[in-house]
Design a protein. Sequence first.
Length: 150
Amino acid sequence: MSTIKKGDNAPQFQGKNQKGETISLATYAGKKLVLYFYPKDDTPGCTAEACDLRDNYDRFIQEGYAILGVSPDDEKKHQKFIDKYDLPFDLLADTEKETCEMYGVWVKKSMYGREYMGVARTTFVINEDGTIEDVIEKVKTKEHTNQILK
């Protein structure tokens, strides 16, 4: 799992969102950021998590948070996912897994006795100064907002 912990400086990432625009941690300077890593667009757990964040988006805005999702899916898959579920936030296409590796969430996983590399569903709450305020490793996909805005 992630070696990044509360109080650490958030690693500086950069990548393309669903529109092909370059975004980075600096894009969110002066704002609080919910940076959530998830395995794959349009799968049951990832959809539940994204829709929970979408349904509570106004609460995040009122609290001064921006939201950014990150997965290894490409820009086109992200745009389809956003369109299908009317997601109001950007998704970062981390096809080279650079941001996932930087945040320590690209890990060896196991299912049905088979080992493979994948994204450990993890959320980092980053404050206005770029410091990690919280790391959520045991994400409850249908109740994620309450884990973040406790």
